[in-house]
Design a protein around this ligand. Structure first.
Ligand SMILES: C[S@@+](CC[C@H](N)C(=O)[O-])C[C@H]1O[C@@H](n2cnc3c(N)ncnc32)[C@H](O)[C@@H]1O
Length: 245
């Protein structure tokens, strides 16, 4: 299947559906409120006009943000996955894991780039994180990408179903930073330290808590921990955190 066909058929899924739809609804509500107030108040000179103007500005801002959230889910996360994986300068024989693999997008990208390696995706299929979700969704992506040798495992990033020192590389997008507590995030990073071989690498593309994740990686014994500038391609903008075991 060609790249264009893949892009057209990829089962995008909506990231964080509750937040995306909530932001869109809030924007619509503000727009309607501005119009109703403008109609009811009639005279928009002085403070009345200012209130309507502020509501309209809030409407436009919320609308732009929600358009960005939908655009990220529908298109730019595919571009970001390519940018992320191309930047890793892979040898082609690494054993790699994608944490919170969701749609299977990173798994598919890894499998294409690791002809001599192996790829595992791990996810616990949280409904409010991705809609639709489930193993079948990831499998569909892999089928579209024409890759066969990928294992999709159901499990938690806080207790990875992987042996000690069994992976050369771990990647993840928008999963670890949203775990529900700092303890949960620490557990996930400690699991990474357990499964990654010495000199193995980690690359996390995260919209939230990149500073905290970088600190947790350092505390877990990773070196060369780096945080990139924001990637405005994605909404909310993400940062790439890289580290070596
Ligand atoms: C916003 S989605 C991102 C999916 C995918 N990484 C992508 O880039 O398209 C977050 C994913 O993390 C998964 N997730 C959340 N908490 C998890 C946990 N404790 N263990 C494994 N997966 C988890 C969710 O099920 C969801 O698939």
């Amino acid at each position: 299947m060609s790249r264009t066909e893949f892009d057209q058929n990829f089962p995008y899924g909506l990231d964080r559906p509750r937040q995306a739809r909530g932001t869109l609804s809030a924007g619509m509500g503000l727009g309607v409120l501005a119009l109703v107030l403008a109609f009811v108040l009639g005279d928009l000179g002085g403070p009345n006009g200012l209130v309507v103007l502020v509501l309209l500005i809030a409407f436009v801002a919320t609308f732009v943000i929600s358009a960005g959230l939908f655009r990220t889910s529908r298109t730019t996360k595919v571009q970001a996955a390519d940018r992320m994986l191309d930047g890793l300068d892979l040898r082609g024989d690494e054993r790699a894991v994608d944490l919170g693999c969701g749609t299977g997008l990173l798994c598919a990208g890894l499998a294409v780039r690791l002809p001599e390696g192996s790829v595992v995706g791990v996810d616990s299929w949280v409904e409010n994180d991705l809609q639709p979700t489930g193993r079948a969704l990831a499998k569909k992506t892999l089928q579209l990408a024409g890759v066969k040798k990928v294992s999709i495992l159901t499990g938690s990033v806080r207790e990875l179903p992987l042996a000690d020192a069994s992976m050369d590389l771990a990647v993840s997008r928008d999963a670890l930073g949203s775990l529900p507590s700092k303890d949960a995030r620490r557990e996930a990073i400690e699991e990474l330290a357990r499964v990654i071989v010495p000199d193995g690498r980690v690359a996390l593309l995260e919209p939230l808590r990149s500073r905290e994740l970088a600190a947790l990686l350092t505390a877990a014994g990773f070196r060369d921990v780096r945080r990139s500038k924001r990637w405005w391609l994605l909404m909310p903008p993400h940062r790439l955190i890289t580290a070596t075991r």
